[in-house]
Design a protein around this ligand. Structure first.
Ligand SMILES: Nc1ncnc2c1ncn2[C@@H]1O[C@H](COP(=O)(O)OP(=O)(O)OP(=O)(O)O)[C@@H](O)[C@H]1O
Ligand SMILES: [Mg+2]
Length: 259
């Protein structure tokens, strides 16, 4: 099957630190794929190279077969890659709905919030953007919080809001960086359900996550990186039985035999 996303030989150094060293992997359309690895393994750096926040030193990245390595972040977003951040990145002084509308921008012809004068077609487009915004809020279950300031939401809801904003760009693939970080058990269960719903809606999911129960539960495939290098790749069962993976996590209090 053709890959939706293909990364080949991604290498990124920060001074003397080899954050990523020749990482190659693929994501098939419709997959839920997880990237795991101990702290500092290079997971976020890999997301940054894919979304264009960072420029890889070497390597090729293709979306639907087209090279995107030379594109700036907003053009990668327009091409169909959106993401959330490890430390929630929302606009705290904007309302919940406004935060989602920001995500619609890369799909709108007139930039609603900047438009100084408004034609009929602009007004129609604004209405359309707002309707879509509501639909994404409903999708993550935040429609009743629409008028609140984003800063007033608890962390779990802020993570949901950031996901809604990422989905509002109508991506082909969404990159979620530790979406379960700071969530309680109930919120994590809700997140697992939401990730399935995202995939079922036709959006491919690539996530970085430390919660091994969640990863093993929802992933079709897992990529393991350690010290910037690919350590293993495969289905959850093969990954959790892989001795190199178990070794890499030694001392991290994860018992793979329980998963
Ligand atoms: N902007 C930067 N400048 C210098 N070094 C960096 C930068 N970003 C990341 N690093 C280093 O690159 C390595 C990989 O970091 P990265 O944040 O990608 O790890 P990670 O796998 O996401 O870790 P965590 O699980 O803790 O989030 C680390 O050694 C980190 O200190
Ligand atoms: Mg990280």
């Amino acid at each position: 099957m053709t890959s939706l996303l293909e990364a080949r030989g991604i290498t990124k150094h920060f001074g003397g630190i080899k954050a990523l060293n020749d990482i190659t992997f693929r994501v098939k359309p419709g997959q839920i794929k997880a990237i795991i690895g101990p702290n500092g393994a290079g997971k976020t750096t890999l997301f940054n190279c894919i979304s264009g926040v960072l420029k890889a030193d070497k390597g090729e990245i293709r979306l639907n077969g087209e090279s995107i390595v030379k594109l700036p972040p907003h053009r990668r977003a327009a091409a169909g890659i959106s993401r959330t951040f490890q430390n929630v990145a929302i606009f705290p002084e904007m309302t919940v709905l406004e935060n989602v509308l920001v995500g619609r921008h890369c799909r709108s012809k007139c930039e609603m919030l900047k438009a100084g004068f408004r034609t009929m077609s602009m007004r129609r487009e604004e209405k359309d953007i707002e309707d879509k915004g509501w639909s994404f809020l409903e999708f993550v279950g935040l429609e009743e919080q629409a008028d609140k300031l984003a800063s007033e939401l608890p962390l779990g809801d802020q993570r949901m809001l950031e996901i809604a904003r990422a989905l509002a760009t109508e991506p082909k693939i969404v990159l979620l960086d530790e979406p379960a970080g700071g969530l309680n058990t109930k919120e994590t269960e809700r997140l697992a359900e939401l990730i399935h719903q995202i995939r079922n809606s036709g959006v491919t999911v690539l996530l970085v996550e430390h919660d091994m129960n969640l990863v093993m539960d929802i992933s079709d495939e897992i990529l393991v990186i350690n010290f910037g290098k690919k350590l293993a790749e495969g289905d959850p069962k093969s990954v959790k039985e892989n001795p190199d993976v178990i070794n890499a996590y030694l001392g991290e209090d994860i018992d793979f035999s329980d998963l």
